[in-house]
Ligand binder design. Structure first.
Ligand code: 5GP
Ligand code: ZN
Length: 113
């Protein structure tokens, strides 16, 4: 059994609320949402972080396309949304399986405005 939390969610060993799925990516609701819409898009193959994921450009593209699909499903494609990859300690990254946060459904704080 994998010790990686998101590998275990992908394997169905830990329940999650699925929003979207393809052959290569899974999107599910964040357990502690930071916006009205907060979905995580993860590659099914384990990569530690975004930098590692960039070693597989097609899979990285699949993750970003998955986020766009999620935005359509959640009805925020027009109103706008934020995509975030947290990497390393300064970003408070907590899960060591690459994941793209999709945040939206309300006005988000701007950067410096
Ligand atoms: P990070 O800080 O590593 O970028 O984000 C990890 C995210 O995973 C956090 O927003 C956290 O709320 C979410 N998370 C942690 N454990 C679980 C879980 O068991 N299920 C789900 N759906 N999300 C989780
Ligand atoms: Zn993993």
């Amino acid at each position: 059994m994998s010790e990686c939390l998101f590998c275990r969610i992908i394997a169905g060993e830990i329940p999650s609320t699925k929003v979207h799925e393809t052959e290569t990516v899974l999107a599910f609701r964040d357990i502690n949402p930071q916006a009205k819409v907060h979905v995580l898009v993860v590659p099914k193959a384990h990569h530690e972080d975004a930098a590692a994921l960039s070693g597989d450009p097609q899979l990285l593209a699949d993750v970003i396309a998955g986020a766009a699909e999620v935005a359509g499903i959640e009805g925020i494609a027009e109103s706008g949304y934020r995509l975030v990859f947290n990497t390393g300690d300064d970003a408070c990254r907590t899960v060591f399986h690459a994941h793209l946060h999709v945040l939206g459904g309300e006005q988000l704080a701007g950067f410096g405005r």
